[in-house]
Design a binder for this molecule. Structure first.
Ligand SMILES: [Mn+2]
Length: 424
């Protein structure tokens, strides 16, 4: 972890300017009838979970260029996640991927206490073979033609639930690589039926206070069809399974230009929005840093979420899901968590009464301008003040760089291999 003295010293340099900027923004918002302290309190309470796998350097189908001091195991990953939360105050939970992060529950809990973290959704992995497993997932897992393979995949999911219960998780996220690469390779209906039968067995083991989140993805690793290809299929699954089954929306898992915020609104309307994997993309499932390509889309997603806040039972899980190929993952995850917070803060200051009036009055231009006014507002002083007041860093990336954390862990962590991709 970073020494608190280091954070305080860095903050002391930036505090005066921050107060000036915060007061100026407060005056501006006050003229619009918005109480800056109320917005700051909501931002301060907001958290987005870190995916354990995001702490290592990612890769592409071509190569992976490992960085210095990469985490070698879940305990290293949690150290890095602890630093991210320490500096941003925005990432109180880590999401585990099993079996990559498999470890005794007591050890995971001890590390969580040490790093001031809790556990978000458990993620099962039936899209790659493990050294000790009896059956291969080459031709699918939960939807495989062979019952023995499906059973193995079901049991893996049950194990994830069992471990998750011991460490305080409350959700299982299931993403499958199942699909087909050739027209005719798979019978669409029979394959989906096999998937549903398997998913029902997993769902039967979901505790009463848990949720089963299913994640759709249009293509990859299968390139002709995927079993859970879009939000429609995802909705069908969640409906077929029951109340504790909901849809998870990964922003990168859609065709280019798809209106994701509208999908979000549809799922909200029918009580099936379970959560998010935030990232950004230009062409496909690029797993780029959240807000790096299309921050307006992220804002529009949050506009729907803020609009729906307070609806009974509405509690979507928020998590990042990114692959960092050319940056220090800690820096990318910190700045991405802040981008998510920024979109949330901007959505909070939308004048909703005015927007409703323009919508009902068919004033398209002013409806758009109402959203743009919120989006154009630089809310950084709110985010920075929320961090400062909880002892986190006013400038997380600069404070992290000056701390020497990466160089320090590089001395004890083994150099990792450049082999293998990092796409999940
Ligand atoms: Mn994802």
């Amino acid at each position: 972890m970073i020494k608190t003295d280091h954070i305080s010293a860095a903050n002391a340099q930036a505090e005066t300017a921050l107060r000036t900027d915060y007061d100026a923004l407060g005056e501006q918002l006050d003229r619009r009838g918005i109480d800056i302290a109320a917005i700051k309190a909501q931002v301060s309470d907001y958290g987005v979970a870190i995916p354990s796998w995001g702490t290592g350097t990612g890769g592409t189908r071509f190569a992976r260029f490992p960085g210095a001091g990469e985490p070698a195991n879940i305990f290293d990953k949690m150290d890095d996640c602890g630093v991210i939360h320490q500096l941003t105050g925005a990432t109180p939970k880590v999401s585990l991927h099993i079996p990559w992060d498999d470890a005794p529950a007591a050890d995971l809990l001890a590390k969580a206490e040490e790093t001031n973290l809790a556990f978000d959704a458990m993620n099962s992995n039936t899209f790659q073979d493990q050294p000790d497993q009896a059956h291969s997932y080459k031709y699918g897992s939960l939807s495989h033609t062979d019952k023995a393979v499906r059973q193995q995949a079901i049991e893996h999911n049950l194990y994830c639930i069992e471990l998750g219960q011991k460490i305080g998780s409350e959700a299982l996220t299931v993403w499958v690589g199942d699909g087909s690469n050739f027209p005719g390779q798979a019978h669409f209906i029979r394959q989906f039926d096999r998937y549903l039968d398997s998913a029902k067995e997993v769902y039967a083991a979901i505790p009463d206070d848990w949720r089963l989140l299913t994640e759709h993805k249009i293509f990859e690793p299968a390139f002709y069809s995927t079993v859970v290809q879009d939000w429609g299929t995802n909705y069908l699954i969640a409906t077929e399974l029951g109340d504790r089954a909901q849809c998870l929306v990964d922003l990168g898992h859609h065709a280019p230009n798809v209106n994701i915020e509208m999908i979000v609104a549809r799922l909200i309307r029918f009580g099936k929005l379970g959560g998010f994997h935030f990232n950004d993309s230009k062409y496909g499932d690029d797993d780029l840093d959240t807000g790096s390509i299309n921050p307006y889309q992220l804002f529009l997603v949050f506009n729907e979420l803020v609009d729906a806040a307070g609806t009974l039972g509405f509690n979507p899980a928020h998590m990042l899901d990114q692959s960092h190929n050319v940056t220090d993952p800690i820096e990318s995850l910190m700045s991405s968590a802040i981008e998510v917070q920024r979109a949330y803060a901007q959505a909070l200051i939308v004048d909703r009464d005015a927007l409703s009036g323009f919508q009902d009055g068919n004033d398209a231009l002013m409806a758009s301008e109402t959203l743009k006014q919120a989006y154009r507002t630089d809310v950084e002083p709110i985010l920075a003040m929320a961090r400062f007041e909880k002892g986190s860093a006013i400038n997380p990336v600069a404070t992290y760089r000056a701390s020497g954390y990466r160089a320090q862990v590089a001395e004890t962590r083994p150099v990792s291999s450049g082999a293998g991709g990092g796409i999940v």
